[in-house]
Design a protein around this ligand. Structure first.
Ligand SMILES: [Zn+2]
Length: 384
């Protein structure tokens, strides 16, 4: 054991609910994953009942906690894999940054056999989660997601999470939505925390590269339940001032409006700019309150945008943690890069090239290598 302060916390009620919920889902699916990624991890996950979790996993199973708050809220995120710490026969490691950064930096680790997300807030953080959800669906990694039930009946419920997942990955027999449990017997806090849980496996159809292509179907699916779908573009830390819900918070209004505009303009029959602005204003009225849309339109507020991927952000640092154009290092057009980690054409590894531009619809960089242009995933590039 290192002398470092322990990564995990003493067991808590929330942590016990989390462990019991994973165990229940593993019984439902008959899965015995040797590698488990628990994503968006914070104090609840760090205070898991590891005895209960270990009883549902093979001996020496590897658990990786991933998330900017996985070493505690308010700590600086880092891209270092910490641990492992031995907990009830499980090897528990921590990656205190987003899953996007985990994928870019730690691709040598064995892939997960189960991904777990405790009430990730898909509807609000949709644009940040989408690339991860698409990746897991393509890799056919089972994903366990729990739902929170907001007391008072407004906001997320197991029904809204179910509708979201049904729309995103479809339903049916092992491809799509696999387990649907709207009443979790292991919920606590009067049924609000881990209120329901769901397991997905793959997707019924191919998911589009761009999140906005799925915006409108999701908007309609949630609208049927009376739930306003108003996801924000960018990483928003809800514990931060910038995330506060108020019609005076122009950062928030602009982040929601950007998502709505992207959704309205997506696809071949997408709306024009003016119609998209009108739609965004309506979404703001619906989710923040009457007049919020007009406040945003009148403000003329323009967010700073990433020169590579085009997404708006409140904080450049946080944007890099979810930017699809960020590779092993943050990347910008004009920079010299090294090609790394290619498996199919390993002879290109170690080659130098120059970044030309990021092609958003393909999520690839155009790189000039030896006088020719080729497309590369950001994860296969780093600053030279
Ligand atoms: Zn970007």
């Amino acid at each position: 054991m290192s002398s470092r302060k322990e990564l995990m916390l003493p067991r808590s009620a929330r942590g016990s609910s989390c462990a019991a919920t994973i165990k229940a889902a593993l019984e439902d699916t008959q899965l015995r994953p040797e590698v488990l990624h628990i994503v968006g991890a914070g104090d609840a996950e760090r205070s898991m009942d590891f005895e209960v979790l270990a009883s549902a996993l093979p001996a020496k199973a590897r658990v990786v906690l991933v998330g900017p708050h996985a070493v505690g809220a308010g700590k600086e995120p880092s891209e270092e894999l910490l641990g492992p710490e031995l907990r009830a026969d499980l090897e528990v490691s921590v990656f205190p940054q987003t899953y996007q950064r985990f994928m870019a930096c730690q691709e040598d680790l064995p892939p997960p056999q189960l991904v777990v997300l405790f009430h990730p807030g898909f509807d609000v953080h949709y644009f940040a989660w989408y690339s991860c959800l698409r990746h897991w669906a393509e890799q056919r990694v089972p994903v366990l997601a729990t739902a929170y039930r907001v007391p008072g009946g407004l906001g997320e419920t197991p029904q809204t999470v179910r509708a979201f997942l049904e729309c995103l990955v479809g339903t049916g027999g092992g491809a799509g939505l696999w387990v649907m449990e709207e009443e979790n017997p292991h919920a606590i806090e009067e049924g609000s925390f881990n209120a329901g849980y769901f397991v997905t496996l793959g997707s019924q159809g191919a998911l589009p590269v761009l999140a906005e292509e799925m915006y409108w179907p999701l908007y309609q699916a949630l609208q049927k339940l009376g739930h306003p779908f108003a996801p924000r573009v960018g990483y928003l830390d809800l514990e931060h001032e910038q995330g506060k819900v108020s019609s005076k918070n122009l950062n928030l209004l602009a982040a929601i409006a950007e998502g709505a505009m992207r959704g309205a303009q997506a696809g071949e029959d997408g709306a024009d700019e003016e119609a998209a602005r009108g739609f965004a204003a309506m979404v703001l009225d619906q989710v923040i309150g009457a007049g919020a849309g007009q406040t945003w339109l009148d403000s003329g507020f323009v967010r700073e945008a990433c020169p590579s991927c085009g997404a708006g952000f409140d904080s450049r640092e946080w944007h890099v943690s979810v930017c699809p154009a960020a590779g092993k290092t943050a990347l910008r057009a004009g920079e010299e890069v090294l090609v790394v980690g290619l498996e199919k054409v390993p002879q290109l590894n170690g080659q130098r090239g120059e970044l030309r531009r990021f092609v958003r619809p393909k999520e690839r960089w155009v790189v000039a290598v030896k006088g020719r242009e080729a497309l590369f995933k950001a994860a296969n590039l780093k600053a030279a």
